[in-house]
Design a protein around this ligand. Structure first.
Ligand code: ZN
Length: 90
């Protein structure tokens, strides 16, 4: 399945179709690209920390704290958004 992004994941601006074909850009402008990519790397290191905490939870309490799972899921969703993972519509 080919995924064509329709809006900038950073600010939500509709993307113009790439006139010359080729690889479509996911960002509406250079600023969003930089900011979005910076946000992705922040999320990545945050997620790493939270996931390490998840294993600590599992070791200490035999179960993960629901709040931690929720936060991880939310950050993962935001990361996927920025990364251009197509949303599942159910
Ligand atoms: Zn944008």
């Amino acid at each position: 399945m080919k995924y064509t992004p329709t809006e900038c994941p950073k600010c939500g601006t509709r993307l113009a179709n790439s006139p010359r074909g080729g690889r479509p850009t996911r960002w509406c402008c250079e600023g969003c690209k930089r900011s979005g990519e910076a946000e992705m790397s922040r999320l990545q290191s945050l997620l790493r920390g939270f996931e390490e905490g998840l294993y600590v939870d599992l070791l200490n309490y035999d179960e993960a704290k629901p709040r931690r799972l929720k936060v991880i899921a939310e950050m993962q969703r935001r990361y996927d958004d920025l990364a251009g993972v197509p949303k599942l519509t159910s």
